[in-house]
Design a protein around this ligand. Structure first.
Ligand code: NAP
Ligand code: ZN
Length: 359
């Protein structure tokens, strides 16, 4: 007989889970595995609220296994280390992102591309090698193999640093891999939410000219004055849009919903590149003419490997980059999810898990 989430493992844990596709989150008792030889146990202090958490809570992608405890922008303090752990000690401030394990044997794993390992284990809504379900960071503790744990730089605030563990690496990795980081070039950031606002900051740190492409005119002054974007394009303003055609070298598309690619591709210069990291619930239509006629490329990217995630955290620490956050109590989570669905967040909700999660 299948064991209940409370009985799967010996360490008692508590968090908030969605039980069905209403996406409504509520308190949930479950358990974590014992701290193994290679593991660290982390007391979770903060956890960012990524749109992927919302997609998962609502089963937008069709593969949610309920109950689901979302959360993969986790920052906390180490409370226990196994005998083989040499990277971390008790009280260290650490982070956990989107993945908590992989096969460690394949070419991807050997190259530090655990995020493309066919057997990658996601932080939640996945099954670990012992066949047990994984639960994410909207919870009090997590147990993770030290090789999938990140060090939070000393100068980085723990709350505003948390979103870098998914939003940060998801935009940093493709910018580096696709060479979208050459100083002086022009980057368009489509969608100014959690991922998008960090892309603006990282783009500026790479020395790029950055234009935000948004459906929300009210975000314009913040994008320029607070986040450092050079210009702001309202995607529904035909005159401004026309003037920007063919001006961009790269676009990073972070839009969370189904949208047209043709207008975005029209903004690219010859040889321009559009990388999509947003994961709408339905396929997008792919217009071929703008690709062929302008020798343009379209690509995708899935978070980043562990080594590169550490590199990104150190890069952000050096450039004083963190997320702009709205810190919430865990009992404000359902309201926050409703606002996230309406693109009404400046620019990432972060749950103050340490101070607000109690039974
Ligand atoms: P978010 O904070 O909700 O931001 C998404 C932004 O997309 C919104 O703020 C909004 O920006 C824009 N948008 C939303 N609906 C739109 C629509 N119908 N048409 C045009 N624009 C729309 O979400 P996020 O946390 O940044 O995540 C963005 C997407 O990336 C999600 O689909 C998420 O699942 C995915 N994701 C992928 C990876 C990966 O590894 N590839 C990692 C993390 C997240 P404006 O108000 O500016 O228009
Ligand atoms: Zn995420």
């Amino acid at each position: 007989m299948a064991r209940s989430p409370e009985e799967e493992h010996p360490q008692k844990a508590f968090g908030w889970a969605a039980r069905d596709n209403s996406g409504t989150l509520s308190p949930f008792n479950f358990s974590r595995r014992d701290n193994g030889e290679d593991d660290v146990t982390i007391k979770i202090l903060y956890c960012g609220v990524c749109h992927s958490d919302l997609h998962s809570a609502k089963n937008d992608w069709g593969f949610t296994s309920y109950p689901v405890v979302p959360g993969h922008e986790i920052v906390g303090a180490v409370t226990a280390v196994g005998n083989n752990v040499n990277k971390f000690k008790v009280d260290d401030k650490v982070g956990v992102g989107v993945l908590v394990d992989s096969c460690k044997k394949c070419d991807c794993c050997h190259q530090g591309l655990e995020n493309y390992c066919p057997q990658m284990i996601f932080t939640y809504n996945s099954f670990s090698s012992d066949g047990m379900k994984t639960y994410g960071g909207y919870s009090d503790i997590i147990v993770v193999d030290q090789n999938y744990v990140l060090r939070i730089p000393d100068n980085m605030p723990l709350d505003a640093g948390a979103p870098l563990l998914c939003a940060g690496i998801t935009v940093y990795s493709p910018m580096v891999y696709y060479g979208m980081n050459q100083p002086g070039k022009h980057l368009g950031v489509a969608g100014l939410g959690g991922l998008g606002h960090v892309a603006v900051k990282i783009g500026k740190a790479f020395g790029l000219k950055v234009t935000v492409i948004s459906t929300s005119p009210k975000k314009e002054s913040e994008a320029i004055d607070r986040l450092g974007a050079d210009s702001f394009l309202v995607s529904t303003d035909p005159a401004k849009f026309k003037a920007a055609i063919g001006t961009m070298d790269y676009i990073i598309d972070t839009i969370a919903a189904v949208h047209a690619l043709a207008p975005l591709l029209s903004l690219l210069n010859i040889n321009g590149k559009l990388v999509t990291v947003g994961l709408p619930e339905k396929p997008l239509e792919l217009p071929i003419f703008p690709l062929v006629i302008g020798r343009r490329l379209i690509g995708g990217s899935n978070v980043g490997g562990i080594k590169e995630t550490q590199e990104m955290l150190d890069f952000c620490s050096k450039h004083n980059i963190t997320a702009d956050i709205e810190l919430i109590r865990i009992d404000e989570l359902n309201e926050a999810m409703e606002r996230l669905a309406k693109s009404d967040v400046r620019y990432r909700f972060v749950i103050d898990v340490g101070n607000s999660l109690s039974k």
